[in-house]
Design a protein around this ligand. Structure first.
Ligand SMILES: Cc1cc2nc3c(=O)[nH]c(=O)nc-3n(C[C@H](O)[C@H](O)[C@H](O)COP(=O)(O)OP(=O)(O)OC[C@H]3O[C@@H](n4cnc5c(N)ncnc54)[C@H](O)[C@@H]3O)c2cc1C
Length: 460
């Protein structure tokens, strides 16, 4: 329908100058290319352009602007708010997913449309890694530019702490390189400011040696939650930076290590990751191993396998939110545990507590991310199937935020939330950082072409 309103000559011209596909609703590949992770977002773009290089990104942007189409940029399509799909033009970067490792320099250059699986699959053979997302299918683009929180962060920092260079196509089609020496203000803004400033066609990240990684997934019936969460809190507050992970209420699946009595039921689980060998990891996590868990999976495994093991299914209805806590006393623990019982069960939803600290808290002043000094993050991550559960699922997530209000820092990690209004975007950066980001936005995208994101309004 929408394609009939486009100018044929401009569309044909774009197709002629493109080696990647330019899809309209009549193309057979359109329907399979269109979906994003959150099934609640069902938009039908007039055009999906899949560039293969920077010049084609610039051509697609010029086409979208000339035709007056709302432009969305898609990396891995994981935005819960549907920020990577519009009714106008989607610039879909999935072909630009090359990953080049420089083992000598311990760096990796990643295309703007690569996923975690692309990144970690390429670095693993060298025994090198950087902080990536917790699952394999998230796009490196949206993840890193938004900050990037993952299993390895307490030792290696957030993903953006490892960002060394970005190549970016601006709204005007100019190719700009931002590093610690060139375009420094833009470089700062790209450490959390998301897709506001242009299309990142490549990102260079620092790598770290990761000779061994141990993961331990322990499970308890939900009733044990208050005791387990207290113990987990005390354990993580004293744990070394090599230990990461999360405490998660979830529905027990059908595969091991879930014990029979927890299949399909609300369960309390802790995943502990440790950047080291299993014997050492077992010593470190001893306080958690003595709490009478009824399911366990402990072993040394490749980093990419840990991510794959935890992949969340696409195609569900999604609503997530987040709060950062300055403290997590017993009273807050009890409220956190009680609210888990409101989650939609059975479903792939997760009622999550992430520890921060370690390298996340260090360098807190470097970039526009005011939440990183908080020791804890709560992250209701709702995925469910039946639209009849929409209200219940949202109520659960909002209820958790309300319950924990007395301990919240007020700041929020924007990659963990949907569209929650302008105040929350400002809270994602802090007012002073927001003003500085708005000035960068005014320089690189004064017309706010890149507005499908946690949007920073260009300074007047
Ligand atoms: C299952 C799942 C697990 C997740 N786990 C984690 C986690 O462990 N840690 C964490 O921090 N976050 C996590 N997230 C959240 C995730 O980081 C954000 O949703 C992030 O924006 C996803 O990036 P993407 O490229 O996949 O998304 P997209 O939906 O493609 O893009 C999101 C935003 O980033 C912009 N963007 C993407 N690529 C580029 C680019 N190359 N250049 C410019 N702009 C770009 C888009 O325009 C859009 O505004 C998870 C999300 C899901 C669905």
């Amino acid at each position: 329908m929408a394609s009939r309103m486009l100018h044929d000559s401009a569309l044909n011209d774009l197709r002629r100058k493109f080696t990647g596909e330019v899809l309209t609703p009549d193309d057979p590949a359109y329907e399979e290319t269109r979906p994003v992770f959150n099934a609640m977002i069902d938009r039908s773009p007039a055009v999906i352009a899949l560039p293969r290089n920077e010049a084609e990104v610039a051509r697609a942007l010029a086409y979208g602007r000339t035709e007056g189409l709302q432009i969305a940029v898609r990396g891995g399509g994981h935005s819960v708010a549907g920020n990577s799909i519009s009714d106008g033009l989607v610039v879909d970067l999935r072909h630009m997913n090359s990953v080049t490792v420089d083992p000598g320099a311990r760096t990796v250059r990643v295309g703007g449309g690569a996923t975690m699986a692309d990144l970690d699959g390429a670095t693993q053979p060298y025994g090198l890694a950087t902080t990536g997302g917790r699952v394999s299918t998230t796009g490196v683009g949206g993840f890193v530019l938004g900050g990037g929180s993952g299993w390895l962060e307490r030792e290696f920092g957030l993903a953006c702490d490892n960002l060394l260079a970005v190549e970016l196509v601006t709204a005007d089609g100019e190719l700009v390189r931002a590093t610690g020496h060139n375009n420094r203000e833009l470089f700062w803004a790209l450490h959390g400011g998301g897709g506001n400033f242009g299309v990142a066609t490549s990102m260079t990240l620092r790598l770290h040696p990761l000779p061994a990684l141990t993961a331990a997934l322990l499970m308890w019936p939900a009733a044990a939650g208050p005791e387990v969460v207290r113990a987990y809190r005390d354990f993580m507050e004293a744990a070394p930076d090599q230990a990461g992970g999360g405490l998660i209420y979830l529905t027990g699946g059908e595969e091991p290590p879930v014990p029979e009595d927890l299949v399909g039921k609300l369960a309390c689980a802790s995943l502990i990751t440790y950047t080291g060998r299993e014997a050492e990891a077992r010593d470190v996590m001893a306080p958690m191993l003595g709490l009478g868990h009824t399911g366990e999976l402990i072993g040394q495994m490749p980093y990419a396998q840990v991510q794959r093991m935890l992949d969340d299914p696409p195609g569900y209805r999604n609503y997530w939110s987040a709060e950062h806590l300055d403290a997590f006393p017993d009273e807050a623990v009890d409220l956190f545990c009680a609210r888990a019982h409101d989650m939609v069960v059975p479903s792939p939803s997760q009622h999550v507590l992430f520890p921060q600290g370690g390298a996340v808290a260090r360098g807190a002043e470097l970039y526009p991310l005011p939440w990183r000094s908080a020791p804890w993050t709560v992250h209701p991550f709702g995925l469910w199937e039946d639209p009849a559960d929409d209200a219940r699922a949202k109520e659960w997530a909002r209820g958790l935020r309300e319950d924990l209000r007395p301990w919240t820092s007020g700041a929020v990690y924007l990659n963990f939330i949907g569209q929650e209004g302008r105040d929350r975007v400002v809270a994602g950066f802090g007012p002073e950082n927001y003003r500085r980001l708005a000035a960068v936005k005014a320089q690189y995208d004064p017309e706010n072409v890149f507005r499908l994101n946690h949007n920073i309004t260009p300074a007047a």
